[in-house]
Ligand binder design. Sequence first.
Ligand code: PEP
Ligand code: MG
Length: 883
Amino acid sequence: MTRKWVYLFREGQADWKDLLGGKGAGLAGMTLAGMPVPPGFTITTEACNSYYDNNKSFPEGMWEQALEALKEVERAIERKFGAAENPLLVSVRSGAKFSMPGMMDTILNLGLNDQTVKGLIKATNNERFAYDAYRRFVQMYGNVVLNIHKDKFEHILNEYKQQIGPKAKDTDLTTQQLKEIKDQFKAIVLEEIGTPFPDEPFEQLKGAIEAVFASWNNDRAIVYRRLNKISSALGTAVTVQTMVFGNMGDDSGTGVAFTRDPSTGENVLYGEYLPNAQGEDVVAGIRTPLPIAEMEHDPNFPGVYQQFREIAHRLEAYYKDVQDMEFTIEKGRLFMLQTRTGKRTGPAAVKIAVELVREGVIDEKTALLRIPADDLVQLLLPHVDPESVENNQLLTTGLAGSPGAAVGRVVFTAEEAEERGIAGEAVILVRRETSPEDLRGMVQAQGILTAFGGKTSHAAVVARGMGKCCIVGAGALQIASDESHFLIDGTDIVVEKGEWITLDVDSNEGRVLRGKAKTTAPELSGDFATLMEWTDKYKRLGVLANADTPVDATKAREFGAQGIGLCRTEHMFFDGERILAIREMILADTLVERQKALAKLLPYQKEDFAGIFRAMAGYPVTIRTLDPPLHEFLPHDDEQIQELAQGLGVSVEKIQRRLETLEEANPMLGFRGCRLGIVYPEITEMQARAFFRAAVEVHTEGVEVLPEIMIPLVSDVNELRVQREIVDRVAKEEGVREAGIEYRVGTMIELPRAALLADKIAEIADFFSYGTNDLTQTTFGLSRDDSGKFLPRYVERKVFKDDPFHVLDREGVGQLMQIGVERGRTTRPDLKVGVCGEHGGDPSSVEFCHIIKLNYVSCSPFRVPIARLAAAQAAIGETERDK
Ligand code: PEP
Ligand code: MG
């Protein structure tokens, strides 16, 4: 027996999307539910795949089954395909499992020729309408099936319109003109392909089905699938359906509607309709459609709105999700042509999911799974109004350092950003790249734009921590040497200092716009809070934050962080007098001098740590000892060196000499991390002392404190051992345990060797925290600071699937992590393991952390909600998989 390739709508099921495609399954579902659907049938996706397997010929039996199904349709509608009297016309449409809007082909009004058009005139009593349908069909078929360029047809159409007048529309064409146009279209076909236009309706049908199959592999469809990660193996179904006409007069029309507002999520019918029109007129934007609500009182459509609203409710209740529907009204009668899951914005996704739970339609787990975690960004940060994006000139693009929107005047130095920012001005700090010295300017700027750097460059990491919009690696940006303006390479764009610009950054890309674009502020509605409470019920991973100041720690708590997973203590050194003290420490020649400088830093650090402990009452606070190479703390330009020399009473030469000694060929592989604390144990000692003193002080205030110290860039257990000895000694000296405080000492695992030797390291470490930024850098041998120059090409050309600094590389870096967890826990079964690299806030990476049984992830405060949702989704996904 031959396989069943063809299903009448009534033979299908609403959830057979794999077999019938989204459109075919929707039509089957609506038919079964007794809704008004013009009868038809669907040729399966399997037939499409067979078509390709068979060297582009229909699989055996398919055509015969299609003819059989067509007979059924004829019986149901009491019209005959190809008949001279009251002919049946059909549409032939594509429909894959996942909607690919506009990517594949559609043919309408199929079945018309010089005989059947007469039957249509008689049946409809409308000659103009019939000839319009006929010329549209020849035009569409000529283009889609016979591959004749659109312009050839448009040209003729325009000539006829010109004859009427300069502003003539399609609707102004007379019946006689339409007839002539149709004839001329046919003449073009003959001229272009050398054979006459196929008048035989069955031949037309065959050609149309083949064209839809072929459109599965047109360029647009291939690109769309690649972008949306849709498999090429799925194939498209073909739906053949009785034509209904929305262009048969004032009591006809067509429209599109959503069961809820897809941009806000509000529970109102949302959409538009266009009287006396066919679907493609809406898409082409020839006339402005009317809001759907107006249909309720439109005298041309009595009762239609009520009927449509009722159908919309039933469809949403059946699919348990927002539906996006297409309909046509033919002479006052409503017909449903399509229903599918409606796409929506992040805020709408949250509102809809929470309300559907409240209405008892879905459960909490389903609601959590429905929201793409990254889409929460749209709720958490301001963004540029999409209309503004069109109105403000796009100057250039760069990498998405930190998402959001920022509007301000261009400044080129951190000093100026700081000065003008404090004075209340909105500024955007534009730099070649940023260094820690720029921090104070960054704090005061609305946003940051750099020409160099990748997603884990200093500017990006710091900006994300502050939730501040930032674009990095805008390669075309060239700052004039006198810092009076910037240029965009390859264009004549010049932007002067002081001009307004807008940064607009989503999770993929950053855009620099000219002028002040309109932005919208984040709104953390009640539904958002509800959703976040649900995440806590299901997730297993803890979600902590990377925060360096009491202000950031407070923000992190507001977003639900369950502690601080990484406090980069060096960030505390940049404020006011502190930078002077750290510079004094670096320039010191003797231990005594160094200790003197460190003693100045201690009270500052202690105060900051105390503030963080208070903000994080009852939750762990993990600080990391000094990590970056020391040259990052010293000034590099002459003026600043001079200033420093004066401030500290040392010679310029001395600073320059020190700079030279600190210079390294590979600073990220150099004198940094625990190597600093090993060579200068007094630094670790001061930091531990400040931390423990703060802990004891805040504990005495009655606040629960959970101090944790971690040592960065460890590659060997002995490094950790010597650092731990210092920390334990200081803890004793400060009476930490005596005060009743439990503390832990752990390590970052950010070098491959540390992951491989995790069992040994776990003898000394109470916990591990994966520094996946450095671990990615060192595993790939890829610089996190400047790989932005070429890495995007890798992703574009599919050499790498994703940027490994953004989405954790499960295969390589992930394997090291898995090895590290397993080996570490052989030594210490209760070893706490987390991640604090940027991956801690990326949904796919969070899922991986769940799978390899980490205890927590830690990320920038603004990504905490995203990580919470991703952690819940990973946990729910796992239980669903086990079922
Ligand atoms: C890391 O390397 O992943 C990390 C968290 O540390 P940093 O980014 O400060 O080097
Ligand atoms: Mg690191």
